[in-house]
Design a protein around this ligand. Sequence first.
Ligand code: TXA
Ligand code: MG
Length: 329
Amino acid sequence: MKTLILKINERNPEKEKIEVATKIIKSGGLVAFPTETIYGLGASAFDINAIKKIFKAKGRPGDNPLIVHIADKKEIYNIAKNVPRITEKLIEEFWPGPLSIVLDKKENISDEVTAGLKTVAIRMPRNNIALELIKSSGPIAAPSANISTRPSGTSVEHVIKDFDGKIDCIISSADSEIGLESTVVSLVTHPPLILRPGKITLEQLKKLLPNIEIHDSARGEKFNGKPDSPGMKYKHYSPKAKVILVEGEKNKVREKVRELILEYKIKNRKFYVLLLDDKVKLAKDMFRIFRKCDEMSFDFIIVPGTDEEDIGLAIMNRLRKAASKIIKV
Ligand code: TXA
Ligand code: MG
């Protein structure tokens, strides 16, 4: 398949180009598009065959549901039912933006989108291209634009690497502003739960949902319970290089990392040390660094862990899921 690479200006998306992408979506094709979090791999949320193509192109397990992306807050009521009143406040505060909300689904959302669940995750992204595309195509179901288990694509080069020749169109735009996937919050559980931490932090959500809790698995540790979000149980975000995550008291972590560096040097291994001093910047760069390390055939990525405050929770979640080994000191 020949993939159309469509360069679109984010500030001022060219109408005729949005038209081209819209035609592809409306005729059952797949379009990778930028969002403020990461790139998404989109299809019409109401086209079952197109949805099936997403799973095939990614190699995604069939029981991992997709997020439905909308461009108008009111659209939530066409997709979800029993919407609790607090939802209005949440979307007022955080939409458009990196928050996906899990609600009871309406019948028009197929089992293919939700992987058989009775609930659906909905998000209104903040990126202009995404918004214009959704406005003209209708709701778009989209997972992250990466081959399953690989790091999410945060630049168009990553998406091209994974999907050139496999999907109809890739919209080319700037690198992702945030670089980490959206926060997924379930409002169908009592109390509400963070199923996947992201840019919108626990601290921010607590202001509107004081009783919100973090799902056991959302810290990213190995999880054997019942997954409220099927994505929890899969290996994720993994570069080919082995990620060695060191966690614990700061000084001990530093000492252990120093030891590892020495060990790998002696063994003549190729490694990269991922420093986490600036968490916001790291969130933006992490997946890019993972992919870069693969390109350069690194054997190991050594990561001294960070705290779980603010965006730290999301970073540690991704790192623990990506890690081949977690060393606790
Ligand atoms: O930032 C993002 O969320 C990006 C962009 C493209 O919007 N999308 C993204 O999609 O990260 P994906 O498919 O890689 O991750 C969706 C996550 C998965 O962990 C999935 O299990 C969870 O959301 N999810 C989707 N629908 C759900 C539902 N009904 N109940 C619980 N979890 C759900
Ligand atoms: Mg993903």
